[in-house]
Design a protein around this ligand. Structure first.
Ligand SMILES: NC(=O)c1ccc[n+]([C@@H]2O[C@H](COP(=O)([O-])OP(=O)(O)OC[C@H]3O[C@@H](n4cnc5c(N)ncnc54)[C@H](OP(=O)(O)O)[C@@H]3O)[C@@H](O)[C@H]2O)c1
Length: 273
């Protein structure tokens, strides 16, 4: 059985950030599942070459859109293309790190991370969900990161942006829980791609043996999608860890809605009594 993604096969799948790394592997795997493709990134030459390879190898139609998704006008153009394409699947994968101590990187780089990782992902999710609602089906895959759970020096905007992806995607899942629309959050750990050099740092920030290849990540993420997972973190062997995090989150929310000021903050009350 082809599974979740295959349920929509033969329709158009959109992959952002398809010119390298994780996005290029998604493009290949989705073409192998029979999807025609709309591939988006800034590097036209890379997209053209990949489009030719995939249509030769898999016999699918591949359209490319050269666009800087951090630029509002280009993003609006891609939103329109996504609507016109009647896409059945979107992989919101394009992302940037803007890594380095916040004082050492420009405000423009910080804003670029927000525009690409947050604004573009949100607007494209919105665009594709419109079509999914009218057809009653579709698959949205948002690429987050394990750093969503780890506030990190030298990755303040990046970590914050991926925390947004986590909460945005989990909230959408709750909104669409009773429909046939499938929404998956994928949380990669370190993956050997161009990401770190594009972000201006060396790959050696993590131990050598902590990296997966983009192929390992995407094949595992698609297995998670096929299994109906809402959140897929391919490197975590013990699923109980995520369940414990969820339980702690729910306990925190319950405690935070107590309607009472906690004892340790009632500093003025003794002297009033
Ligand atoms: N690698 C990791 O360790 C890791 C870990 C966790 C999460 N992730 C996430 O995985 C996703 C893919 O990253 P990757 O590792 O595959 O890195 P990558 O090889 O650098 O790929 C990033 C892709 O995004 C595209 N992109 C970057 N800026 C863009 C812009 N302004 N407009 C349009 N496209 C843009 C790039 O293409 P162009 O340069 O041609 O535009 C490229 O295709 C990202 O969301 C990243 O945050 C990666």
């Amino acid at each position: 059985m082809v599974g979740q993604a295959g349920g929509d096969a033969t329709g158009v799948a959109v992959v952002t950030g398809a010119s390298s790394g994780i996005g290029a592997v998604y493009a290949d795997r989705l073409a192998a599942r029979g999807h025609d493709l709309l591939l988006v990134a800034r590097r036209a030459d890379r997209l053209r070459q990949l489009a030719q390879e995939l249509s030769d190898r898999h016999g699918v139609q591949v359209q490319t859109a050269t666009a800087d998704l951090a630029e509002p006008e280009s993003l609006a153009r891609v939103e329109a293309l996504v609507r016109e394409s009647n896409a059945v699947l979107l992989v919101n994968n394009a992302g940037a790190g803007g890594l380095g101590p916040t004082a050492a990187i420009s405000a423009d780089r910080v804003e670029n991370v927000v525009r690409l990782n947050i604004t573009a992902l949100s607007r494209l999710s919105h665009a594709v969900l419109e079509g999914f609602r009218s057809r009653g089906a579709g698959t949205l895959v948002n690429i987050g990161s394990i750093i969503a759970l780890s506030p990190s020096p030298s990755a303040a905007a990046y970590s914050g942006s991926k925390a947004y992806v986590l909460n945005f995607t989990r909230s959408l899942q709750a909104e669409y829980a009773d429909t046939a629309i499938r929404i998956q959050l994928v949380q990669p750990g370190p993956i050997r791609t161009e990401f770190f050099t594009a972000a201006g740092v060396s790959e050696s920030v993590f131990p050598e043996d902590s990296y997966l290849t983009a192929e390992q990540l995407v094949d595992a993420a698609l297995a998670g999608l096929d299994a109906g997972e809402l959140v897929t973190t391919p490197t975590v062997a013990e699923t109980g860890i995520w369940e414990a995090l969820e339980a702690a989150r729910l306990a925190f929310m319950e405690a935070a809605r107590s309607g009472q000021v906690a004892e340790r903050y009632r500093v003025g009350e003794e002297s009033l009594a």
